[in-house]
Design a protein around this ligand. Structure first.
Ligand SMILES: Cc1ncc(C[n+]2csc(CCOP(=O)(O)OP(=O)(O)O)c2C)c(N)n1
Ligand SMILES: [Mg+2]
Length: 891
């Protein structure tokens, strides 16, 4: 009972609130939190039913998710860990500073690792499991933090001073260190490349899912291994970084942990100057079903928050925008008192016992080992969904005047003597003033407490990370019987190269040894490629199995999902599919399993769309087959400009370890895939394959004698002319679905024009190009020795006549081998934008059908003076070609 009636509306308001809170306290005490939640839900529903619009929020207050009184005590020796961290900090900064003293413009980053040091060190000392034992964690390190990872490896005794001194100088004698994580360059060290922002997170997501896939398919025992992905807050603007975050919660991937280093800055300035990146990310991840742990404030804030009974401090923390927080980081304690605490006299009162210096030193969550430890502990123990840790830090932490929290900090690579001295003193590094200008590296004695501690910790956690090696035995052989049927051709039946590939894939899947290792990956295009038969044969992987009765259950090829399903049906995500390809194609190293991925997709959406992920796959030494389906600018009819691919082979040429083929016939595909499996999984070559397959159906011929080697090298003579004695001669090159056009042209040339033309199948311009250049280079470096003759030159050495090439790809491909041919080549190809048309229309438009091949041959003969121009003019008429038609390359 109230003693006196409230005086005014404000007082009434306060009293009412108090009464509600008292009732809630009572329910909490008597019924517990579950009852409180239920009651609040009922209240919310009731309010909604009565027309009250409830504001939506996916956010929690701007404080640590784990309250101080629920924290575990961190094990280990905090003093030693702090000293180790300081040494890592110093060596990381010193290597960048030194690299930039010696060499202008060599670059390097100090401030990313400076902000993330605690995030990594707590991981190294307590969480990251090495590969010894049950397999270990997979860690995606933030690319720009590489100096810190090297600095730790130095303390661990895994790399030496020469390496550190040669940071970013990989070509020096004794070896150096790559700027960023690159398994191609440091194959014993780095596992996955991450520095192209956004790729680390998406690769981590699909890696976590692939770990589950291996377990569910009984290729690996169940384990508690984790995938950790460290990323920057600025990096989250990349579509790849957040674009796939619903998958891990949908699939309950509690083996996945994201750690986002929220230093509130990117390269140019604040990530969200006028907002709060942490709250934005919290909402996005919570909305996507993740377990979100915020580690925002260090331990010094705990007593202040404990005093904050009316929530004033929490409110203040939540209303300051990031740009302003950054300002506090660079300002004095007095400034912080006036501007942060000064917002309310009661807040000021809260910190009156603290000096300006103490105020300035109130630390952030991501710099407090205890907060980070508790966040990681909660993450590894959490079950049922992935976890993201949002750790607040300061960019360039510890750099002081040299850049801490400043907008220029990302680019800071140099420190003057005074700055180095201050850094040294702040972190207590035993280096004298006399030596400081040299920025020497520092490693305590082998028997020091620090080194012993590091050794003991890593031993207990299963060895050093990162560490990469081949962890599986090579396959001993590839069964040849699987491929033999394809050498015989289709015996008069028509088939497309896509159908041939799918048939071969189905056979591989049935093989008793190889079958289980095959991982078909498809981004929602299985039906496009006629692969739906595989749904039933091997099943579509789903951890949950199949919780519904599929609508086509009664059919033979029903959509079968199963927890041990083999196909990764990724939905419409080429980036996700490529990430799965990387996980499956690097499993020989990461998981000790020789899985063989076959990733088939719409070829236009491969190199063109996800080229950077393919580059990362190449760097990561991924093995497997990429199949560009529905390829060929004129072979894929109807689909038009954005679908018709005439580019991908040109792009593929630039990927150094990508072996690309544009096969025309069944036996070519069989030979290439058989050899590819051998090369990658028996011989252990770090290459991957790209094959284009098309949907035009024609009769597949029998494999001619002696062509296997030529198929693999890039060209072989498919059919010699029956008119070898003819005066006029030509050599016609064809690839993929244009090869049948070339064969038709051969017949026309022979029958109508008396030109004896040989037909060559060019399976790979890129292989010919590479080999040609390798020869040329060798010759340049070995003057006077017997010159190496490029394979193309050897093939064409005695071949008479003019040279004409036609493919469904850009003309640059045949042009790329022109220099090694006996005479200049005329290239027909599909430069330009595609059109929605039928095949015949498209081939006429792009000038790659048999008529144009005939014309190009006759024109070349006329150019050489072997034929009169009038004969060419006549052919133009005969074949109904409009000489004034638009140039497809630019229309
Ligand atoms: C795809 C891509 N675009 C641009 C860059 C260049 N770049 C390197 S670091 C950086 C800023 C990184 O900011 P953030 O992700 O917040 O990381 P921090 O260093 O602050 O931890 C940029 C733009 C890159 N590495 N990759
Ligand atoms: Mg940042």
């Amino acid at each position: 009972m109230r003693k006196t009636a409230p005086k005014d509306a404000t007082e009434l308001d306060a009293v009412e609130t108090r009464e509600w809170l008292d009732s809630l306290d009572y329910v909490l005490q008597s019924g517990g939190p579950v009852k409180v939640v239920r009651l609040l839900q009922e209240l919310t529903t009731h309010a909604k039913q009565n027309g009250v619009e409830m504001p939506f929020t996916a956010n929690t207050p701007y404080i640590n998710t784990i309250p101080a009184d629920e924290e575990a005590v961190m094990p280990g020796n905090p003093d030693v860990e702090r000293r180790i961290k300081s040494l890592v900090r110093w060596n990381a900064a010193a290597m960048v500073v030194r690299a930039n003293k010696l060499d202008e413009g060599i670059g390097g980053h100090i401030s990313t690792f400076a902000s993330a040091a605690t995030l990594y060190e707590v991981g190294f000392n307590h969480f990251f499991r090495g590969h010894e034992g049950d397999g270990g964690d997979t860690i995606f390190f933030q690319g720009h933090a590489a100096p810190g990872i090297y600095a730790r490896a130095y303390l661990e005794g895994r790399i030496d001073e020469t390496h550190l001194a040669n940071f970013r100088r990989e070509l020096r004698p004794g070896g150096g260190l790559s700027s960023y994580p690159h398994p191609w360059l440091m194959p014993d060290f780095w596992e996955y490349p991450t520095v192209s922002m956004g790729l680390g997170p998406i690769m981590a997501i699909y890696q976590a899912r692939f770990m589950r896939y291996l377990e569910d398919r009984h290729l690996k025992p169940k384990s508690n291994r984790k995938v950790w992905a460290f990323l920057g807050d600025g990096e989250t603007d990349e579509p790849e970084a957040l674009g796939a975050i619903t998958l891990p919660s949908r699939e309950h991937l509690d083996n996945l942990i994201f750690v986002i280093n929220c230093n509130l800055q990117r390269l140019d300035g604040p990530v969200r100057g006028n907002g709060q990146i942490i709250q934005e990310l919290e909402a996005a991840f919570r909305g996507a079903g993740w377990n979100v742990i915020k580690a925002l404030w260090g331990r010094e804030w705990d007593p202040l928050l404990a005093k904050d009974r009316d929530g004033l401090l929490v409110k203040r923390m939540g209303e300051v925008v990031d740009g302003q927080y950054q300002k506090y980081a660079v300002e004095s304690g007095a400034y912080v008192r006036e501007h942060f605490w000064g917002a309310n006299p009661r807040l000021l009162d809260m910190v009156k016992h603290l000096s300006d210096d103490q105020l300035k030193k109130l630390s952030l969550g991501g710099h407090d080992p205890n907060k980070v430890y508790n966040a990681y502990k909660a993450a590894v123990e959490h079950q049922g969904s992935p976890t993201v840790i949002l750790a607040r830090t300061i960019k360039g932490y510890g750099l002081g005047e040299a850049g801490e929290g400043k907008n220029i900090t990302h680019q800071q690579k140099k420190m003057n003597e005074e700055e180095l001295r201050a850094f040294r003193t702040r972190f207590g590094i035993p280096i004298s003033d006399a030596e400081i200008t040299k920025a020497p590296f520092y490693r305590p004695a082998e028997d020091s407490i620090e080194i012993e501690y590091i050794r003991e910790r890593r031993k207990a956690l299963g060895g050093y990370v990162p560490s990469r090696k081949n962890r599986t035995e090579p396959l001993t052989s590839v069964p040849t019987e699987l491929f033999e049927e394809f050498y015989k051709g289709t015996e008069g039946r028509k088939a497309s190269t896509t159908m041939v590939f799918v048939r071969l894939l189905a056979k591989l899947l049935r093989d008793k040894d190889l079958g289980q290792l095959v991982v078909p990956i498809v981004p929602d295009e299985a039906r496009t490629f006629g692969m739906e038969g595989l749904f039933r044969q091997v099943g579509i992987y789903s951890n949950a199995g199949q919780l519904y009765e599929p609508v086509d259950m009664e059919t033979l090829l029903y959509y079968k999902e199963a927890s041990d399903g083999q196909i990764l049906e990724e939905g419409i995500t080429e980036a996700g599919s490529m990430s799965s390809f990387i996980a499956a194609g690097t499993a020989y190293s990461t998981h000790g399993v020789n899985t063989i991925p076959f990733f088939i997709y719409y070829s236009m959406f491969g190199f063109q769309r996800i080229g950077d992920l393919i580059w990362a796959a190449a760097d990561a030494r991924t093995r497997g087959f990429m199949l560009g389906g529905t390829s060929g600018r004129t072979t894929l009819a109807g689909e038009g400009l954005q679908h018709q691919d005439g580019n991908s082979h040109l792009f593929a040429m630039a990927y150094p370890n990508c072996i690309a083929y544009d096969p025309a016939f069944a036996y070519e595909i069989a030979v290439i895939i058989q050899d590819g499996i051998k090369r990658m999984y028996v011989d252990q070559d770090s290459v991957f394959y790209y094959l284009t397959v098309m949907n035009e159906q024609y009769v597949m011929p029998v494999m001619p004698e002696g062509v296997r080697d030529g198929i693999l090298k890039g060209m072989y003579r498919f059919r010699a002319t029956s008119k070898g004695q003819a005066k006029l001669r030509a050599q016609l090159f064809g690839s993929g679905a244009i090869l049948p056009e070339v064969i038709k042209a051969q017949e026309i040339l022979e029958s109508k024009y008396d030109v004896g033309a040989d037909v060559w199948s060019v399976t790979s311009y890129s292989e010919l190009y590479r080999e040609g250049h390798a020869c040329e280079r060798w010759n340049m470096l070995h003057p006077g020795e017997r010159p190496c003759v490029p394979y193309v030159s050897q093939c064409l050495k005695d071949a008479p006549g003019v040279l004409v090439a036609a493919s469904d790809y850009v003309k640059a491909l045949p042009d790329s081998i022109d220099r090694w041919l006996p005479r200049p080549i005329t290239a027909l190809g599909t430069d330009g934008f595609g059109r929605s048309e039928n095949r015949a229309g498209l081939r006429e438009f792009f000038e790659v059908d048999c008529r144009y091949i005939v014309l190009a041959t006759l024109a070349a003969l006329a150019r050489d003076g072997q034929l009169d121009a009038s004969a060419v003019r006549q052919a133009i008429k005969t074949h109904n070609i409009n000489p004034e038609k638009v140039n497809p390359a630019i229309s």
